[in-house]
Design a binder for this molecule. Structure first.
Ligand code: ACO
Ligand code: ZN
Length: 222
Protein backbone atom coordinates (compact mmCIF):
# COMPACT_ATOMS: atom_id res chain seq x y z
CA UNK A 1 0.00 0.00 0.00
CA UNK A 2 2.79 2.33 0.98
CA UNK A 3 4.55 1.49 -2.24
CA UNK A 4 1.51 2.37 -4.30
CA UNK A 5 1.03 5.66 -2.53
CA UNK A 6 4.65 6.47 -3.15
CA UNK A 7 4.30 5.81 -6.87
CA UNK A 8 1.40 8.18 -7.10
CA UNK A 9 3.30 10.88 -5.29
CA UNK A 10 6.38 10.44 -7.48
CA UNK A 11 4.38 10.66 -10.67
CA UNK A 12 2.63 13.73 -9.41
CA UNK A 13 5.88 15.45 -8.61
CA UNK A 14 7.61 14.64 -11.87
CA UNK A 15 4.86 16.07 -13.99
CA UNK A 16 3.57 18.57 -11.55
CA UNK A 17 1.47 21.23 -13.12
CA UNK A 18 -1.34 21.04 -15.58
CA UNK A 19 -1.20 21.17 -19.35
CA UNK A 20 -3.56 23.45 -21.23
CA UNK A 21 -4.41 22.30 -24.74
CA UNK A 22 -3.95 25.25 -27.09
CA UNK A 23 -6.69 24.04 -29.40
CA UNK A 24 -9.56 22.87 -27.21
CA UNK A 25 -8.60 24.72 -24.05
CA UNK A 26 -8.91 21.71 -21.77
CA UNK A 27 -6.75 21.70 -18.67
CA UNK A 28 -5.46 18.23 -17.89
CA UNK A 29 -2.56 16.39 -16.39
CA UNK A 30 -0.40 14.74 -19.03
CA UNK A 31 0.96 12.42 -16.34
CA UNK A 32 -2.42 10.88 -15.70
CA UNK A 33 -3.45 8.40 -18.41
CA UNK A 34 -7.10 8.69 -17.45
CA UNK A 35 -6.92 12.45 -17.72
CA UNK A 36 -5.09 12.23 -20.99
CA UNK A 37 -7.67 9.83 -22.45
CA UNK A 38 -10.39 12.19 -21.36
CA UNK A 39 -8.61 15.00 -23.12
CA UNK A 40 -8.27 13.05 -26.37
CA UNK A 41 -11.98 12.36 -26.27
CA UNK A 42 -12.94 15.95 -25.50
CA UNK A 43 -10.50 17.27 -28.10
CA UNK A 44 -11.99 15.12 -30.84
CA UNK A 45 -15.55 16.07 -29.92
CA UNK A 46 -14.53 19.72 -29.87
CA UNK A 47 -13.05 19.61 -33.38
CA UNK A 48 -15.98 17.53 -34.62
CA UNK A 49 -18.34 20.24 -33.35
CA UNK A 50 -16.50 22.84 -35.42
CA UNK A 51 -16.52 20.84 -38.64
CA UNK A 52 -18.57 22.45 -41.39
CA UNK A 53 -19.21 20.72 -44.69
CA UNK A 54 -21.44 23.30 -46.33
CA UNK A 55 -25.17 23.60 -46.74
CA UNK A 56 -27.21 23.89 -49.89
CA UNK A 57 -28.98 27.06 -48.80
CA UNK A 58 -26.35 28.67 -46.64
CA UNK A 59 -26.75 32.42 -46.22
CA UNK A 60 -23.36 33.89 -47.06
CA UNK A 61 -23.15 37.47 -45.78
CA UNK A 62 -19.47 38.13 -46.45
CA UNK A 63 -16.55 36.56 -48.27
CA UNK A 64 -12.85 37.00 -47.68
CA UNK A 65 -9.67 35.51 -49.04
CA UNK A 66 -9.35 33.36 -45.92
CA UNK A 67 -12.96 32.45 -45.30
CA UNK A 68 -16.59 33.53 -45.29
CA UNK A 69 -19.29 34.49 -42.83
CA UNK A 70 -22.66 32.76 -42.88
CA UNK A 71 -25.77 33.80 -41.00
CA UNK A 72 -28.07 31.31 -39.28
CA UNK A 73 -31.53 32.26 -38.01
CA UNK A 74 -33.80 30.45 -35.62
CA UNK A 75 -36.30 29.51 -38.35
CA UNK A 76 -33.67 27.95 -40.63
CA UNK A 77 -33.73 24.22 -41.42
CA UNK A 78 -33.07 21.85 -38.57
CA UNK A 79 -29.55 20.89 -39.73
CA UNK A 80 -28.52 24.54 -39.55
CA UNK A 81 -30.08 25.32 -36.17
CA UNK A 82 -28.71 22.08 -34.74
CA UNK A 83 -25.18 23.08 -35.75
CA UNK A 84 -25.74 26.55 -34.37
CA UNK A 85 -26.79 25.10 -31.00
CA UNK A 86 -23.78 22.78 -30.91
CA UNK A 87 -21.44 25.69 -31.51
CA UNK A 88 -23.18 27.79 -28.87
CA UNK A 89 -22.75 25.01 -26.36
CA UNK A 90 -19.07 24.75 -27.14
CA UNK A 91 -18.63 28.51 -26.81
CA UNK A 92 -20.60 28.67 -23.56
CA UNK A 93 -18.46 25.88 -22.23
CA UNK A 94 -15.29 27.82 -23.00
CA UNK A 95 -16.70 31.05 -21.58
CA UNK A 96 -17.82 29.21 -18.47
CA UNK A 97 -21.46 30.14 -19.09
CA UNK A 98 -23.86 27.65 -17.60
CA UNK A 99 -27.16 27.78 -19.41
CA UNK A 100 -27.32 31.49 -19.91
CA UNK A 101 -30.63 32.00 -21.62
CA UNK A 102 -30.87 34.15 -24.71
CA UNK A 103 -33.06 37.20 -24.18
CA UNK A 104 -35.11 36.58 -27.28
CA UNK A 105 -34.34 33.30 -29.04
CA UNK A 106 -36.63 33.84 -32.02
CA UNK A 107 -34.84 37.05 -33.02
CA UNK A 108 -31.35 35.82 -32.36
CA UNK A 109 -28.94 35.81 -35.29
CA UNK A 110 -25.85 33.65 -35.27
CA UNK A 111 -22.91 34.59 -37.48
CA UNK A 112 -20.36 31.89 -38.17
CA UNK A 113 -16.93 32.51 -39.65
CA UNK A 114 -15.97 29.53 -41.80
CA UNK A 115 -12.43 28.81 -42.85
CA UNK A 116 -11.43 25.63 -44.67
CA UNK A 117 -14.48 23.58 -43.64
CA UNK A 118 -14.21 24.64 -40.04
CA UNK A 119 -16.17 27.07 -37.89
CA UNK A 120 -13.47 29.31 -36.43
CA UNK A 121 -15.58 32.20 -35.20
CA UNK A 122 -19.05 32.71 -33.79
CA UNK A 123 -21.04 35.80 -32.90
CA UNK A 124 -24.52 35.64 -31.41
CA UNK A 125 -26.47 38.88 -31.80
CA UNK A 126 -29.84 39.74 -30.34
CA UNK A 127 -32.08 42.78 -30.40
CA UNK A 128 -31.51 44.88 -27.30
CA UNK A 129 -33.03 48.27 -26.49
CA UNK A 130 -30.78 49.62 -23.77
CA UNK A 131 -27.38 49.05 -22.25
CA UNK A 132 -25.26 50.42 -19.45
CA UNK A 133 -21.84 51.69 -20.35
CA UNK A 134 -18.85 50.15 -18.64
CA UNK A 135 -17.05 52.87 -16.71
CA UNK A 136 -13.68 51.55 -17.67
CA UNK A 137 -10.88 52.76 -15.50
CA UNK A 138 -12.86 54.29 -12.67
CA UNK A 139 -13.24 51.00 -10.85
CA UNK A 140 -9.66 49.94 -11.36
CA UNK A 141 -7.94 51.91 -8.67
CA UNK A 142 -4.46 50.62 -7.84
CA UNK A 143 -5.46 49.91 -4.25
CA UNK A 144 -7.72 47.08 -5.34
CA UNK A 145 -6.14 43.70 -5.61
CA UNK A 146 -5.99 41.99 -8.97
CA UNK A 147 -8.68 39.48 -8.13
CA UNK A 148 -11.20 42.15 -7.38
CA UNK A 149 -10.10 44.10 -10.40
CA UNK A 150 -10.66 41.06 -12.55
CA UNK A 151 -14.09 40.31 -11.23
CA UNK A 152 -16.25 43.34 -11.67
CA UNK A 153 -16.39 46.18 -14.10
CA UNK A 154 -18.21 49.20 -12.89
CA UNK A 155 -21.25 50.19 -14.92
CA UNK A 156 -23.03 53.46 -15.41
CA UNK A 157 -26.57 53.66 -14.04
CA UNK A 158 -27.77 55.68 -17.00
CA UNK A 159 -29.27 53.49 -19.72
CA UNK A 160 -28.24 54.24 -23.30
CA UNK A 161 -30.18 53.40 -26.42
CA UNK A 162 -28.75 50.55 -28.44
CA UNK A 163 -30.13 48.29 -31.15
CA UNK A 164 -28.06 45.15 -31.10
CA UNK A 165 -26.50 43.20 -28.30
CA UNK A 166 -23.53 40.93 -28.84
CA UNK A 167 -24.47 38.12 -26.51
CA UNK A 168 -21.40 35.99 -27.34
CA UNK A 169 -18.34 36.44 -29.48
CA UNK A 170 -15.74 33.74 -29.80
CA UNK A 171 -12.82 32.88 -32.08
CA UNK A 172 -11.05 29.51 -32.21
CA UNK A 173 -7.97 29.90 -30.03
CA UNK A 174 -5.45 29.04 -32.76
CA UNK A 175 -6.99 31.65 -35.09
CA UNK A 176 -7.05 34.68 -32.83
CA UNK A 177 -5.60 38.10 -33.71
CA UNK A 178 -6.33 37.71 -37.41
CA UNK A 179 -9.22 40.15 -37.43
CA UNK A 180 -11.91 37.47 -37.36
CA UNK A 181 -13.83 39.05 -34.47
CA UNK A 182 -13.49 42.46 -36.09
CA UNK A 183 -14.91 41.18 -39.37
CA UNK A 184 -17.77 39.44 -37.57
CA UNK A 185 -18.80 42.67 -35.84
CA UNK A 186 -18.44 44.67 -39.09
CA UNK A 187 -20.84 42.26 -40.77
CA UNK A 188 -23.32 42.37 -37.89
CA UNK A 189 -23.43 46.15 -38.14
CA UNK A 190 -24.18 45.93 -41.86
CA UNK A 191 -26.73 43.12 -41.77
CA UNK A 192 -28.45 43.01 -38.38
CA UNK A 193 -31.08 45.53 -39.43
CA UNK A 194 -32.18 45.39 -43.02
CA UNK A 195 -31.23 48.49 -44.95
CA UNK A 196 -29.18 50.29 -42.34
CA UNK A 197 -25.70 50.23 -40.92
CA UNK A 198 -25.38 50.40 -37.15
CA UNK A 199 -22.85 52.72 -35.54
CA UNK A 200 -20.55 51.36 -32.84
CA UNK A 201 -22.75 53.21 -30.30
CA UNK A 202 -25.73 51.15 -31.36
CA UNK A 203 -24.19 47.81 -30.44
CA UNK A 204 -23.40 46.61 -26.95
CA UNK A 205 -21.26 43.74 -25.70
CA UNK A 206 -22.99 41.93 -22.88
CA UNK A 207 -21.02 40.98 -19.82
CA UNK A 208 -17.58 40.98 -21.46
CA UNK A 209 -14.69 38.75 -20.42
CA UNK A 210 -11.24 40.40 -20.12
CA UNK A 211 -10.48 39.35 -23.75
CA UNK A 212 -13.87 40.57 -24.86
CA UNK A 213 -13.36 43.90 -23.17
CA UNK A 214 -9.94 44.46 -24.76
CA UNK A 215 -11.40 43.64 -28.15
CA UNK A 216 -14.51 45.80 -27.69
CA UNK A 217 -12.58 48.84 -26.48
CA UNK A 218 -10.22 48.58 -29.46
CA UNK A 219 -13.04 47.94 -31.94
CA UNK A 220 -15.16 50.85 -30.78
CA UNK A 221 -12.23 53.27 -30.93
CA UNK A 222 -11.44 52.61 -34.56
N1 ACO B 1 -5.67 41.35 -25.96
C1 ACO B 1 -5.44 42.62 -26.39
N2 ACO B 1 -6.06 43.16 -27.48
C2 ACO B 1 -6.92 42.39 -28.15
C3 ACO B 1 -7.19 41.04 -27.76
C4 ACO B 1 -6.52 40.54 -26.61
N3 ACO B 1 -6.72 39.28 -26.19
N4 ACO B 1 -8.06 40.52 -28.64
C5 ACO B 1 -8.33 41.48 -29.54
N5 ACO B 1 -7.66 42.63 -29.26
C6 ACO B 1 -7.70 43.91 -29.98
C7 ACO B 1 -6.43 44.10 -30.77
O1 ACO B 1 -6.16 45.46 -30.83
C8 ACO B 1 -6.80 43.56 -32.12
O2 ACO B 1 -6.06 44.12 -33.17
P1 ACO B 1 -4.51 43.66 -33.45
O3 ACO B 1 -4.49 42.15 -33.43
O4 ACO B 1 -4.22 44.24 -34.78
O5 ACO B 1 -3.72 44.24 -32.33
C9 ACO B 1 -8.25 43.99 -32.26
O6 ACO B 1 -8.77 43.91 -30.93
C10 ACO B 1 -9.03 43.10 -33.22
O7 ACO B 1 -8.92 41.75 -32.79
P2 ACO B 1 -9.42 40.51 -33.65
O8 ACO B 1 -8.24 39.83 -34.29
O9 ACO B 1 -10.52 40.91 -34.53
O10 ACO B 1 -9.96 39.60 -32.44
P3 ACO B 1 -9.97 37.99 -32.39
O11 ACO B 1 -10.44 37.45 -33.69
O12 ACO B 1 -8.67 37.53 -31.86
O13 ACO B 1 -11.12 37.70 -31.31
C11 ACO B 1 -12.01 37.48 -29.08
C12 ACO B 1 -11.21 38.37 -30.08
C13 ACO B 1 -13.35 37.11 -29.68
C14 ACO B 1 -12.25 38.25 -27.78
C15 ACO B 1 -11.16 36.20 -28.81
O14 ACO B 1 -10.01 36.57 -28.09
C16 ACO B 1 -11.88 35.10 -28.04
O15 ACO B 1 -12.62 34.33 -28.61
N6 ACO B 1 -11.64 34.99 -26.71
C17 ACO B 1 -12.21 33.95 -25.88
C18 ACO B 1 -13.69 34.08 -25.76
C19 ACO B 1 -14.09 35.41 -25.17
O16 ACO B 1 -13.60 35.82 -24.13
N7 ACO B 1 -15.00 36.10 -25.87
C20 ACO B 1 -15.52 37.39 -25.45
C21 ACO B 1 -16.64 37.14 -24.53
S1 ACO B 1 -17.53 38.61 -24.16
C22 ACO B 1 -18.94 38.47 -25.08
O17 ACO B 1 -19.18 37.47 -25.65
C23 ACO B 1 -19.93 39.64 -25.19
ZN1 ZN C 1 -7.20 19.55 -26.87
Amino acid sequence: KDFQDQMVIDAGQKHFGATVCKACGMVYSAANPEDEAQHVQYHQRFLEGLKYVGWKNERVVAEFWDGKIILVRQDDPKYATKKMEDVRELVDNELGFKQVALACPTHTQTYLFISVNKIVGCLIAEPVRQAFRVLSEAAESPTKNSLEHHRAWCCSTKPEKVVCGVSRIWVFSLMRRKGIARRLVDVVRRTFLFGSCLSTDEIAFSDPTPDGKLFAVKYCQT
